[in-house]
Write a protein that binds this ligand. Structure first.
Ligand code: FMN
Length: 195
């Protein structure tokens, strides 16, 4: 397993980062290579739509996302962890997804991606202040985009009713840890259990 974990909350002691770290620490044990990044403090530029990546396969922007995108391309297991801000993933994760467009081969369009060689298992960790009935659409709406990146198996861990700027403690999120434990077991065996 080649594992990449990307956390985009500015609160690196917060809940999305904490759950992602929990997943990462355990999945790392069964990975050939593993890397974890926090976007906080990194330099990330949004896509400029120059489309040169469609000739080269590489984004022209030479910032901190270049290495992360390179590792994302090679990873077969990916953890993306984001807080919900303004009813969506926060801006750093959005910038990462914009820039991941450079990995989608030309003429494929964003959706869907038959023949994309980069088959990945992905866990999306989301943390939100509101109750679970809010923002249910977020993991669903990204499913099609992730498919274009070769994600054939997408799972979600959601933490709801999370106060802003709180510290993560596993004891306060036992249900979410239970979901993580189940996904660790599934992903460690190559994914593909539940959709
Ligand atoms: C700028 C900002 C915007 C937010 N917008 C939303 C929102 O639209 N919906 C929501 O449920 N929570 C919202 N929240 C609350 C966060 O999603 C919540 O505190 C989250 O759990 C923080 O995750 P973290 O601990 O991983 O940083 C917002 C928080 C901030 C700081």
């Amino acid at each position: 397993m080649e594992l990449l974990c990307l956390c985009s909350s500015p609160n690196i002691r917060g809940v999305s980062c904490g759950l992602a770290q929990y997943l990462y620490d355990r999945m790392k044990a069964v990975s050939q290579s593993a890397a974890l990044y926090h976007t906080h403090g990194l330099h990330l530029s949004p896509c400029k739509a120059c489309m040169r990546c469609k000739n080269t396969g590489i984004c022209v922007l030479d910032d901190d996302l270049r290495l992360i995108l390179n590792q994302f391309a090679k990873a077969d297991t990916v953890i993306l962890a984001a807080p919900v801000y303004a009813a969506d993933i926060n801006v750093d994760m959005k910038v990462f997804l914009e820039r991941s467009h450079s990995l989608i081969p030309p003429n494929m369009g964003p959706f869907p991606s038959p023949g994309n060689k980069l088959e990945k298992n992905l866990i999306l960790v989301l943390s939100q202040g509101s109750p679970p009935e809010y923002h249910e659409e977020i993991p669903e709406k990204y499913k099609q985009y992730f498919r274009a990146l070769g994600v054939m198996n997408q799972q979600t861990v959601r933490a709801c009713n999370v106060p802003s700027n709180s510290d993560f403690s596993p004891n306060n999120y036992l249900e979410e840890i239970g979901v993580c434990d189940r996904l660790i077991s599934v992903m460690s065996q190559g994914g593909r259990e539940i959709q």
